[in-house]
Design a protein around this ligand. Sequence first.
Ligand code: TXA
Ligand code: MG
Length: 338
Amino acid sequence: MDRVNTKLINFPDDISLKHCAEIIVKGGIVVFPTETVYGLGADALNPSAVEKIFTAKGRPNDNPLIIHLHDISVLDKYVMEVPQVLSLLSKLYMPGPLTVVLKKKNIIPDCVTANLDTVAVRIPDNDIARKLIEYSDTAIAAPSANISGKPSPTMYEHVVSDLFGKADAIINGGKCRIGVESTVLDLTSEKPVILRPGGVPYDSLKLVIKDLQVANTSSSDTPKSPGMKYKHYAPKADMVIIKGDMLRVLERINSMSDDYSGVLCCKETYDRYDTANKLCAGSIKDPSEIASNIFECLRLFDEMQIKIIYCEYFDTKGIGEAVMNRLLKAASQNVIEV
Ligand code: TXA
Ligand code: MG
């Protein structure tokens, strides 16, 4: 791929966002912040622009993209039908970290959806993202703005490191508030199915959807959300998750640690690990704090050139489910029970 001249937008104001929108309209690719993770966007209606996303990320073509809208009022333009359950869901979570899969209209090119007859749609809860989409006056197709397989980017520094010289512009929106990707909810099957746990927890959706189903995201069969079959979120280091009573977890990790290993833990246990190579993701009492730091921690271990990460098994309540889903994938499901 030819190296491109990447514009760095450090202080996104209306003028620079309109300039980025022009880049999108002309078929370029732009990195923008959302409340979940940074996205790498292109005009969803322009196949050659969308192809650039796959090339820049090194993403397999059979993994479909989410289209991002600035407002629910334009949804009709892109999807065949809007199921009834969406009217309440959209009031609660759109804008927000919820992606819904719906039957697509032909206006969406096949390269966006990897030839599926459905399309994933989300309205980000981030002013920069929504202005960029509105000024572009289109839908923006965007995956997470990481090189394929790497942890998703939650900070400006992450996207500069992955996509400088590949994207036409990178917009600095600071640290992403939520820190894990959106929940992907399929509304095209008989019963709504969570394809990927994310920013909107199961319990919150269950309140609205009585017959809510959950896809088995750890199985290696062809999943309905094609992206779930790839090794994701992986730091360079190997990773092992240690599960069990807190004291035993501490003991086991301390017994295995050496100069080449790192420990990913919570605030409550941090002081009790002997090694200096340790990172605290947040308090066990605050799963959203852990969510907002988790991808950053994985990237920091890479910078520290750690060879193996020993990670605590965090609580899976609320957004904790999405956190453990990502960590288990990063660890290739490698868990030691103590
Ligand atoms: O929070 C997020 O969702 C971020 C921000 C940038 O919006 N985006 C994101 O995109 O995580 P990506 O491409 O990294 O993950 C999209 C997921 C993949 O697992 C993909 O397979 C699934 O959504 N997906 C996309 N279109 C689909 C479809 N039509 N049917 C089923 N799954 C779909
Ligand atoms: Mg991704």
